[in-house]
Design a protein. Structure first.
Length: 324
């Protein structure tokens, strides 16, 4: 049987959620933090997105893992603990675990309790001897990560922080540096960080990946408004907002927006927010990197690139980093 030890961490509070929403929607360019996509319904919708034909990211990364997991494992020491922020279903880490000897502990670190339970249910039967110690919390909060490493002494052991997918690209360069600094702290002095990055490619391939024909990405985007309705006493009419993906050439990023279809007002916890027809809420970025631009970014978090593994088309890369 797997040893499952729950480590308690405070989750996002309603007050924090409300403050973040109101702060974002009162800016000149209305925004919402992308981390709030991942309530239980949002996490499930994202899992659907990963199976779509247009969304190349997941299948491309899985092909890299299938081809290179053994090579990656050979670059890592035995008796590692693996920490996976935003673990999702745990499907990707299973490729690594299957090729790594004597992993001490796996620490799935999730903001969604349902996805944390799902990853446990998926991994426990596959690796019955593995000690699994789940963390419920927000890895983007530097203060939480500092407290976590202090309370659990994670930074005093040899860890691999595994951050697959293209999630890092959802954050601004400044925030991405902060998050990688959190990973630097989590991996410890002698640790490793393995991060997935989505590489620069043809514009239409990118646009299609974030606006699929089946409308799953649209549902994922609009679910953020539904969550605000349900949790923050708001009255968004989802039919009056349209999903849109845009490619920002200057900053090499996809932007997701929710565009108001008419002049309208929305109330959130008794505060009125006005929208003009055509005005948008910017809900997510997805930055696309070159290996060179990512290496520079990681360096600002005190991490040095050791190796990369890519698919034949050059769509995606897994990057192994170490503390400088």
């Amino acid at each position: 049987m797997s040893q499952v030890t729950a480590i308690k961490q405070s989750n996002v509070t309603d007050t924090e959620f409300l403050n973040d929403v109101l702060d974002g929607l009162t800016q000149q360019q209305k925004t919402l933090p992308c981390k709030y996509f991942y309530d239980d319904k949002g996490a499930a919708l994202f899992e659907q997105i990963t199976t779509l034909q247009e969304y190349y990211v997941t299948r491309t990364e899985l092909s890299i893992l299938e081809a290179y997991s053994q090579a990656i494992a050979q670059m890592l020491p035995e008796n590692l603990s693996i920490i996976e922020p935003g673990c999702g279903s745990g499907k990707k880490v299973a490729y690594l675990l299957a090729h790594m000897a004597n992993v001490k502990t796996f620490v799935p670190f999730e903001i969604s309790e349902e996805m944390l339970s799902y990853s446990l249910a998926h991994l426990s039967p596959l690796f019955p001897e593995l000690a699994i110690s789940p963390l419920l919390g927000d890895f983007t909060h530097s203060q939480m990560v500092k407290q976590l490493t202090k309370d659990t002494a994670l930074d005093s052991q040899t860890n691999l922080v595994y951050f697959p997918g293209s999630t890092l690209g959802n954050f601004s360069p400044v925030k991405a540096i902060e998050i990688m600094s959190n990973f630097h702290r989590l991996c410890g002095v002698n640790g490793y960080v393995l991060i997935g990055i989505d590489l620069v490619k043809e514009r239409q391939v990118l646009l299609d990946a974030y606006d699929d024909k089946a409308g799953v990405t649209e549902a994922f985007n609009k679910n953020l408004l539904e969550r605000i309705n349900n949790e923050l006493n708001a009255n968004f009419d989802l039919t009056q907002f349209g999903h849109q993906s845009r490619f920002n050439e200057v900053h090499s990023k996809i932007e997701m927006h929710l565009v108001s279809m008419c002049d309208q007002s929305v109330t959130i916890n008794a505060q009125q927010i006005d929208f003009k027809k055509g005005e948008s809420i910017h809900t997510e970025n997805s930055h696309k990197y070159t290996v060179e631009s990512f290496t520079e970014l990681a360096g600002q978090a005190g991490l040095t690139l050791q190796n990369t593994w890519q698919d034949d088309q050059g769509y995606f890369a897994l990057c192994l980093l170490r503390p400088a």
